[in-house]
Design a protein around this ligand. Structure first.
Ligand code: HMG
Ligand code: MG
Length: 288
């Protein structure tokens, strides 16, 4: 295990902040993104080009994407639900896109107002635009273990959506425990099902920590060969359309876990912890 490399994808500026009730200043989002790059994160999901009516906190997506002081070697990506989002994200300088659907029909509808099949067809023009721009596209499979509306989700449903996203041309599939109630055993069964359809090098693990199992779930996925994991600095976040979901797994805990098992992350943990404390303090001030 020692000497192995793991890639951490920082989703805090998007997934971490999207659920904040009071607006976070664009300047604070940009300062956070700068601190994350400074701590050594090489992939940062900076914002979401989604409808401001659906997720008001991401309404400043264009100002965020255009305002980033770019660090060499860092890829700044944007979450997009459709062609309109992809066009705007690419025009603003997104270096990678992420589309999102779900393994649960009910969540997909609540989150994006369409069925899983419709969400996939919305991604076709996104893939075409990304292809023209030479930009990679990650595909999220939300509710890969549990859905707030349908309960437990079977591994076959995850495998089926994984296949569809790969067929569209996604370069990475983020298997996402949106609700954060998964166990290592159920995580392993879900990842094994996805591995029947995709190599480990194309899969990433995205865990929330509602039940306190996120690190154990990461370990289960690592054991099966996954080497890309998502974190949100400070353990911020949740999805506005996933009631009961607590924050994302904190990037600090993810990095500390990999340091403890001797895997190299390339991240300066103390700089990352400082960024986590800083955004925590800013969010507390904003909420007052
Ligand atoms: P809709 O209302 O069905 O869309 O929303 P529409 O096509 O009928 O358009 C309605 C209006 O939205 C129109 O404006 C469009 O122009 C506008 P109007 O003419 O009424 O003024 N619109 C847009 N505006 C900005 N950017 C766009 C865009 N598209 C349309 N891209 C839609 C459908 C998908 C747009 C909406 O449901 C939406 O934005 N949903 C996003 C929900 C979201 O962001 N959820 C959180 C992220 S997912 C998540 O958290 C899980 C994940 O993190 C994994 C995990 O954590 O487990 C990925
Ligand atoms: Mg998340």
């Amino acid at each position: 295990m020692a000497g192995e490399r793991v890639t951490i994808v920082e989703v805090g500026p998007r997934d971490g902040l999207q659920n904040e009730k009071t607006p976070v200043a664009t300047a604070d989002k940009l300062a956070l993104i700068g601190k994350l790059a400074g701590a050594g994160l090489s992939r940062i999901e900076a914002t979401a080009f989604v409808s401001p009516r659906w997720v008001p906190q991401m309404a400043d997506h264009e100002a965020v994407m255009r305002g980033i002081t770019r660090w060499p070697g860092v890829v700044y990506s944007a979450l997009v639900p459709n062609e309109k989002g992809a066009e705007a994200a690419l025009a603003a300088g997104a270096q990678a896109l992420a589309v999102f659907t779900a393994a649960s029909e009910s969540f997909c509808r609540k989150n994006t107002n369409c069925s899983i099949a419709e969400s996939l067809s919305r991604f076709r023009p996104v893939m075409a635009l990304a292809g023209q721009a030479g930009v990679p596209v990650r595909g999220y499979v939300s509710c890969a273990l549990d859905c707030p509306y349908e309960g437990e989700i079977g591994p076959d449903a995850v495998a089926a959506v994984t296949v569809e996203l790969l067929a569209l041309g996604c370069s990475e599939i983020a298997l996402s425990d949106t609700l954060g109630r998964g166990t290592p055993e159920r995580t392993a069964a879900m990842v094994e099902a996805a591995l029947m359809r995709a190599p480990a090098t194309m899969l990433a693990g995205h865990f929330h920590d509602t039940s306190g199992n996120a690190i154990a779930n990461v370990a289960a996925a690592w054991q099966l060969g996954l080497r890309v994991f998502d974190g949100a600095v400070g353990g911020t976040g949740g999805c506005p359309y996933a009631p009961g979901a607590a924050g994302n797994l904190a990037t600090e805990r993810l990095v500390a876990h990999f340091e403890a098992i001797g895997a190299s992350t390339g991240i300066d943990l103390s700089a990352l912890e400082q960024a986590g404390r800083w955004i925590g303090a800013r969010l507390r001030q904003t909420a007052q």
